[in-house]
Design a protein around this ligand. Sequence first.
Ligand code: AHR
Length: 497
Amino acid sequence: MDAQVRVDLGRELGRIDPNIHGSFAEHLGRCVYGGLWVGPNSPIPNEDGIRRDVAEALRELELPVLRWPGGCFADNYHWDWGVGPAATRQPRHNLWWSQPEPNEFGTNEFLRLCRVVGCEPYICLNVGSGTVEEALGWVEYCNSSQDTYYTRQRRLSGHKEPYGVRYWGVGNENWGCGGTMTPEQYAWEYRKYATYLRRMDDTVRGGLYLVAGGHTDGWNFRFLREMRGALHLVDGLSLHLYVGGYSASATDFTEEQYYRLMGDVIEMETAVRRAVYLLEEVSPGRQIGLIVDEWGTWYPEARVTSGLYQQNALRDALYTACALNMFNRHCRQVAMTNMAQTVNVLQSMILTCGSQIVKTPTYWVYYLFRPHRGGTALGCDVCVCSVADSQGREVPMVSASASRSQDGKSLTVTLVNVSLEEGVDVQVEIQGSQVRGRPEAWVLTAEDVRAHNSFECPEAVVPRETSVSTEGSGLRATLPPASVVSATLAIDERSWV
Ligand code: AHR
């Protein structure tokens, strides 16, 4: 199969916010306890309780942002349960995930983890069963530099300096587990919370970034309508989308289900377009970012009784790569995304078992996409055949995106061959610059799209260096079936101007 890709350095789509590559960690199953946190007395190597190998893997990934503590957990979590000396913290019941919550991992531990990893924290407030006062106290605890009741508590925990947390979610799925509210009810709650939270803007450079809970078109429309006159209180609107429930598991699926998952990227793109359309309609002068703060695959193997644990195969990686290409194309509006979840839950980046750890194929996709962060997304047209999936959606056999690095010196092109049967010869034409030197290129693939990294065989799906040839003002790449190829090459600085 042949494909032509045209990258136009003169057609800038916007800046790719590094936060587009964020993750999400909830107190659920073994994500926090066992995954991120093992406690200071664990035989598993740790830094004051934070699991060292996992933190190291996230640091290597240069994870930009981490959302916490939920999910559904957030609207039943009272942050004061998880601060103060460890000995005084009491266990509680984790209502949504039917497990004990020891409260060993709380605000200070989360923010320390973010420091160790080098990522921005994004905290989700409790609207469903909390109060405005409680939310304000949390922001004050994290961000205030004044001498107050809450900052004294923070200082007693050994944190003199404010943490400066910028991103705050005002509840989670308040149409469902966050209180089964109507959009109007939520809008009134949101107005109240955000009015007071805004008074804390001066605690962090650029002000707090407040994310409202979005949902379907109907919900978003009614919520935004109810917010009329107060839209300055909304910085971001969230979108959650899980796919894959029709496959038995990450590794047990038919070819038809494989193509259906690839087609689900079209569903995600449609959801993004619709939300963005509404946001632009209601707030033309002021851009409200779209925050896809929960997304990924969710198979029936992930049950509450097993802590929503699921394996992660090459198929998940291909879905992620196609979706990240799509987010690159919509980078003007998509300000952040957080795949669910970081460790041991749903579409994880990392799996652990006791002291063992594996990096999943999904982890490696994020690794390959690193050069796009902070870059300028470029017009990237693909000419290739498509296949209709079981839902009648035309799924293109190649997905692509391209960006110019912040310093203008390099170009990264990410290509996905979706076809399970055929390799593809891709001719990438680069308009607006000469290609310099040999591109650095990596391929992520395996013989079988069900291939995955297990504790016995942790490197079945890892990126390998590959060769991509330069031809005139372009590239030529041969992609094996079911593969992701990422190529970074030097270009003439500013020749596109
Ligand atoms: O990620 C698992 C759950 O899915 C989250 O807690 C909730 O927000 C969503 O429905």
